[in-house]
Design a binder for this molecule. Sequence first.
Ligand code: SF4
Ligand code: SF4
Length: 136
Amino acid sequence: MHLGHVRLRGHHLVCTHFYRGADFPGEFSRNLERVMTDFEHKGAIVEAGPDDLCVHCGRLTENGECKLEGGGESSIRGLDALALTLLQVGVRDHVTYETILDRIPNILVRWKQFACHDCDLCNTCRNSQGLMARGA
Ligand code: SF4
Ligand code: SF4
């Protein structure tokens, strides 16, 4: 972590508003709750690659790449870039939870169109906080 702030990659700035720890098993879930508590209270530093959620994820390889099916690290970095562009923040920026929360309603149409449509977690988000009911 940087100066006590959690590190979050671009797409996690968006996705963590829709899924929460109860959606995932084990240590990933517990870590997600810790990270989100810190994010809400102290903000986060925008990370270019694997972040404080990835380090507790079984899909992170030893060489620091995401092995998620359907494109792996390069696909994930594409999502990160999309999130940063839509949110208008950059790598190494310090962002507050409130700032991101305020911007999310304005990006949801494009986020759902380009990020959520083929995401395996779609049902999780739909069921947890009404992602699919938000935005146009
Ligand atoms: S699936 Fe990939 S991007 Fe998501 S938390 Fe795991 S390692 Fe990180
Ligand atoms: S459906 Fe997938 S891409 Fe969309 S907010 Fe949820 S985790 Fe992120």
